[in-house]
Design a protein around this ligand. Structure first.
Ligand SMILES: Cc1cc2nc3c(=O)[nH]c(=O)nc-3n(C[C@H](O)[C@H](O)[C@H](O)COP(=O)(O)OP(=O)(O)OC[C@H]3O[C@@H](n4cnc5c(N)ncnc54)[C@H](O)[C@@H]3O)c2cc1C
Length: 597
């Protein structure tokens, strides 16, 4: 029998991005012994890549912003399939979490009168994104990391967990391997928080890093937890398209927030076309280019330009322009910020200036960028209770991008970073409470043995190259579950995905167990195939177009599907799809929409 190292905590937090770090801080401050595990290094994760800012209605910009407006914007952006109570908690608590972060030591950009500066972003009625230039994620993770380290958090870096351990349906720990040695490791815990981020890496053109393989959601799924709205994947409108090796890298929405304009090959500012303005936003955006220009210097008396419509709308518009033959030379649109002047651009968008300079040999103060939609975020994920982030499995909590409920059919930019703070904290508190109230579960060595055999199987004579299978998964998802979906395409994609699934038992890892990407990819692919199947099946189930799910056979929103979340569960090795009713809004929340919906 293989040996393993063993650790025991009250609370185990899997993932050290913003959600995991905030959960660990809350758990430790509640008095629970807490272990924090991440598969890269502390201070990395996706969160460090975040650029534009964290949305919270502090109301610092002399605009009548408050939690109610943020609530309305988030529900509208999510096309009303978000969990209303989750959104309410989020909008109410986000300002406190931002101010708390400042107390921890975060240094935000300031207004001339010394308040935290807030920038405009897509789908937010008022300037609401608290930011640090275009490096907000770096400041957020640095601050949370410092705080967690000051509380003496027990961190296990470069550890990949692969399986949740169960005692009669309750989650009591997790098992996996240490990446640099290949040794196995087991964590026992009274409660577990999953904060492992999204699964953008199942697509080739993505803004996400290697870590986004959906491990946490897949582990929870395999253990029996319910997933929701997996069809809802976000295409960010502006990823790099050139040079080819940089395709998909994010061009932050902050460029449009700071006044960047989108044009097609004819030089038209196409977002002003009537066909691209959704009914629900009509009248809320600048009427013509003159008003949009005035808005740059006078936000009080002019409306936002339509480049700041929600991401799903802008991404589809770029896609349609390209399909109509009006794309840029490399198949995108032009994004132009030159009119803001070099000094302003370098002060407000320093990372973008450097990114294009270094990766594209292009000076954005002098030339236009080329951009096209890129996979950016996963709105669907592990179903989580609004108050506690509890999943459908006792002892298991989920927060951050891996969880589902807040963003509905489309996430508004900036709403992720504050999501991590609000629900990371709530998950940590609830997990610590659960740990106080429950004795440790009973460890079943049989589960450990099964997982050990499964992890070692790729060393025993298969013939499937994991990198090739990963590439096939990316082809399938890009071709069949991309920005524009059809029944025929989804069916063909599912057939191809099931064919890949059938080959998983033959995965082959080259070399030994120490620092072996070939071996690591074997398990990553298993996770991505499971979640890919859930996405394809969920997409076929939702017979309408809504937010990130643009279904050409059903091009309109349907009243019936407006009331449903799509659910996915893993039963006897199969993905089962169903639906559950979108929770009702309280009368007080409903009243906020009077005359607005
Ligand atoms: C380029 C870019 C820019 C963005 N800009 C913004 C922005 O301006 N504003 C905004 O609100 N959002 C932004 N986002 C989105 C936001 O950054 C992410 O949604 C958010 O950071 C996710 O945080 P998280 O804590 O859920 O997960 P992550 O930050 O992705 O962290 C996941 C953690 O889980 C660990 N992990 C994963 N699998 C395992 C495993 N099997 N075992 C152990 N550990 C594991 C990882 O190592 C990591 O520590 C941006 C995203 C990108 C890619």
């Amino acid at each position: 029998m293989e040996t393993y190292d063993s650790f025991e905590y009250d609370v185990l937090v899997i993932g050290a991005g913003g959600a995991g770090l905030r959960a660990a801080i809350a758990s430790i401050e509640s008095g629970a012994s807490t272990g924090l595990v991440c598969k890269s290094l502390l201070g990395k994760a996706h969160t460090v890549m975040a650029e534009g800012g964290a949305a919270a209605a502090l109301g610092n910009m002399n605009e009548p912003d408050d939690w109610r407006v943020h609530f309305v914007d988030t529900m509208k952006g999510g096309k009303f399939i978000n969990h209303p109570r989750t959104v309410e908690i989020f909008a109410k608590e986000a300002p406190d979490r931002i101010l708390e972060l400042e107390k921890y030591g975060a240094v935000f950009d300031r207004t001339p009168d010394g308040k935290i500066s807030q920038r405009p972003f897509g789908g937010h009625l008022y300037r609401r994104l608290n930011h640090v230039g275009d490096r907000t994620g770096l400041e957020l993770i640095r601050t949370l990391q410092d705080k967690a380290v000051s509380l003496d958090v027990h961190t296990h870096m470069e550890v990949t967990l692969t399986r949740l351990l169960l005692d009669d349906g309750r989650v009591i720990g997790a098992f996996g391997y240490v990446r640099d040695t290949g040794k196995f490791v087991l964590f026992r815990a009274k409660a577990v928080v999953i904060a492992t981020g999204g699964w953008g890496k199942m697509f080739r053109v993505t803004s996400n890093s290697w870590e986004s393989t959906g491990d946490g959601a897949a582990m929870a799924f395999f253990a029996g937890a319910q997933l929701k709205d997996m069809e809802m994947v976000q295409f960010h409108p502006t990823g790099m398209v050139w040079p080819p090796g940089m395709k998909g890298i994010l061009v932050t929405e902050a460029v449009r927030g700071e006044g960047g304009i989108l044009t097609n090959s004819l030089g038209e500012r196409f977002m002003f076309k009537d066909e691209y303005m959704p009914e629900q936003y009509r009248g809320q955006f600048a009427e013509d280019e003159a008003e949009a220009r005035r808005w740059l210097d006078d936000k009080k008396n002019n409306r936002r330009p339509p480049e700041l419509l929600p991401r799903d709308v802008v991404a589809r518009s770029i896609y349609k322009e390209v399909q109509a033959g009006r794309g840029s030379p490399h198949g995108g649109a032009f994004l132009d910020i030159r009119h803001r002047g070099a000094a302003y651009i370098k002060a407000k968008l320093p990372s973008m200036y450097e990114q294009f300079h270094r990766l594209g040999d292009l000076d954005i103060t002098k030339e236009r960028m080329e951009v096209a939609p890129t996979i950016h975020y996963t709105m669907g994920g592990i179903a989580a209770d609004p108050e506690t982030c509890a999943t459908t499995l006792p002892g298991l909590y989920a927060a951050g991008e891996c969880a589902c409920g807040l963003h509905g059919a489309n996430r508004l930019g900036g709403n992720s970073l504050s999501d991590l703070l609000v629900f990371g904290r709530r998950a940590g508190l609830a997990a610590a409470e659960f740990a106080k109230a429950n004795a440790p579960g009973k460890l079943d060595e049989e589960q450990v043995e099964v997982e050990t055999r499964s992890l070692l199987a790729p060393f025993e004579g298969g013939n499937e190259n994991p990198f090739h299978l990963h590439s096939e998964v990316q082809d399938i998802m890009g071709e069949h579950a991309g920005i524009a979906r059809t029944t025929a395409g989804l069916e063909e994609g599912l057939a191809k995905m099931l064919a890949v699934k059938a080959r998983l038992p033959n995965l082959k890892a080259e070399g030994g167990r120490a620092y072996n990407p070939s071996w690591h990819t074997c398990r990553d692919v298993v996770h991505m195939v499971a979640l890919g199947e859930a996405i394809l099946r969920s997409a076929a189930e939702r017979k309408e177009s809504r937010g990130g799910h643009w279904y050409l056979d059903y091009p309109n929103e349907s009243d019936e599907w407006a009331k449903k979340n799509v659910t996915a569960t893993f039963v006897d090795g199969e993905v089962r799809i169903g639906s559950s009713p979108v929770p009702e809004m309280s009368p007080e929340l409903k009243a906020l929409f009077e005359g607005k919906k």
